[in-house]
Structure formats: structure tokens, C-alpha cells
Design a protein around this ligand. Structure first.
Ligand code: C5P
Length: 223
């Protein structure tokens, strides 16, 4: 029968990754970061100098690429692109700036969605992304749409980047987050919208533990 799946969607910087990883750890489910797959493909496109508007080239790139997630149960998710570890490289600002352009290409999305469904076939998963509850796993038993104000998301991103040695101004980050939201929400295929049956959580004034507790409580009541 179908495996248990928890979908966690929402905009950039809402805290999805931290929350999804911790929920997966507590439940003993596999954690899958779908954004990392789009990032890996974007990194490859940038390295090859492919224009993000060249849809056929991006589709071909998706078809010929090996993307492996070694999802730890509970641990983070390591990402390999054609056998090379790119876990760190896919977080670079240049990738963040271009990923929405790559992710809006329909042929890229269908390729990634197929891979994501295959991963959910063999294990109980907590899958994180933008379209997990709406497109990838519409039958997921619990769907969460995690959001926060753009200002709060920019502050969190600024802290994360600073820890990695990148200093970006809050103004620039707010602008980048708004632009990414705009692109992700307005694209034709699989726009960023909550599934009709998603539980919307605004984490602007909640910490990670509080959000995790809310989600675990909901899951225990459902599955
Ligand atoms: O989650 P993260 O911020 O790493 O995702 C990077 C980008 O990948 C998003 O801004 C979005 O453009 C794209 N994405 C997507 N569908 C997903 C996950 C990510 O389009 N399921």
C-alpha cells in the first residue's frame, strides 16, 4: 500500500528545512529536500554557462544528470551531482539567485517530480519543497504550508549566510526573497500555493521547537 508521506511546503526562508529535518528525525522517516535537487541542476547549468532562459538546454541537462540525495534518517541530506558532492556548493548566493529560473521550466519539473515520487515509493518520507502537497504527493497524509513574513525570513537568511561567511544587507535579502516569492508564486507550472487541504502555519513568532511540536501533534492525530 502507499507509504506514509508528510509534505512541508512554503516560501524561501520560512524555516522548512530545519523543521522538516527535525520532524523526520522524531518520526524515523526519510527526509527529502526537493529544493536541493533544483539547486544541483542550477549549479550545473551555471558551471556550463547555460542561459537560464534556454529551456531545451535545461531540459536536456535534467535528463542527463545524476542527482543523488543520501538522506540520513534524522541527519541532514547530502547532495551528489554526477557523483560529486555539492552539499555546500548548492547554497552559494549565485545558485539562489538563479534557481527559480531553472525551476520554472516544465520539462525540468516533470523530470524532478518523477524522481521525487520514486523516492517516496519505498519509504515513509518527510518531503520538503514548494509543490509537494499540490503536485508531487497530492495523497500525502499530512500537508503543512509553513510561512513567515518576508522581513523575518530575510533576518533568518542573513544569520545563516553570515555563519557561512557571506555578508548581505537585510534590504538586499528582503528584495531577493520578494523576487523569488514572486517568481515561484506566478509561474505557470506548479506555482507556490498551499494545497486546499494544507495546514497553514505562520512561523514569524514561533521558534523551531514550537513549530515541530505543532506538526508532530497533528501527525499523531492523523496517521
Ligand atoms: O527550498 P529552496 O529554497 O532550497 O529551493 C530553491 C528553489 O527551488 C525555490 O526557490 C524554487 O524556485 C525551487 N523549488 C521548486 N519546487 C520545489 C522545491 C524548490 O520550484 N519543490
Amino acid at each position: 500500500g502507499p507509504r506514509i508521506a508528510i509534505a512541508i511546503d512554503g516560501p524561501a526562508g520560512a524555516g522548512k528545512s530545519t523543521v522538516a529535518r527535525e520532524v523526520a528525525r522524531q518520526l524515523g522517516f526519510l527526509y527529502i529536500d526537493t529544493g536541493a535537487m533544483y539547486r544541483a541542476l542550477t549549479l550545473k547549468a551555471l558551471r556550463r554557462g547555460i542561459n537560464p532562459a534556454d529551456e531545451p538546454a535545461l531540459e536536456a541537462l535534467a535528463r542527463e544528470s545524476r542527482i543523488d540525495l543520501t538522506a540520513g534518517y534524522g541527519g541532514g541530506c547530502r547532495i551528489f551531482l554526477d557523483g560529486e558532492e555539492v552539499t555546500e556548493a548548492i547554497r552559494e548566493p549565485a545558485v539562489s539567485r538563479n534557481v527559480s529560473l531553472v525551476a520554472r521550466v516544465p520539462g525540468v519539473r516533470s523530470n524532478m517530480v518523477r524522481r521525487q515520487r520514486e523516492m517516496a515509493e519505498n519509504s515513509a518520507v518527510v518531503m520538503e519543497g514548494r509543490d509537494v502537497g499540490t503536485v508531487v504527493l497530492p495523497g500525502a497524509q499530512v500537508k503543512i504550508f509553513l510561512t513567515a513574513s518576508p522581513e523575518e525570513r530575510a533576518r533568518r537568511r542573513q544569520r545563516d549566510l553570515l555563519a557561512k561567511g557571506h555578508h548581505l544587507s537585510l534590504e538586499q535579502l528582503i528584495q531577493e526573497i520578494r523576487e523569488r516569492d514572486r517568481l515561484d508564486s506566478s509561474r505557470e507550472v506548479a506555482p507556490l500555493v498551499p494545497a486546499p487541504d494544507a495546514w497553514i502555519i505562520d512561523s514569524s513568532h514561533l521558534n523551531t521547537d514550537q513549530v515541530v511540536e505543532m506538526i508532530i501533534g497533528r501527525i499523531r492525530g492523523r496517521v
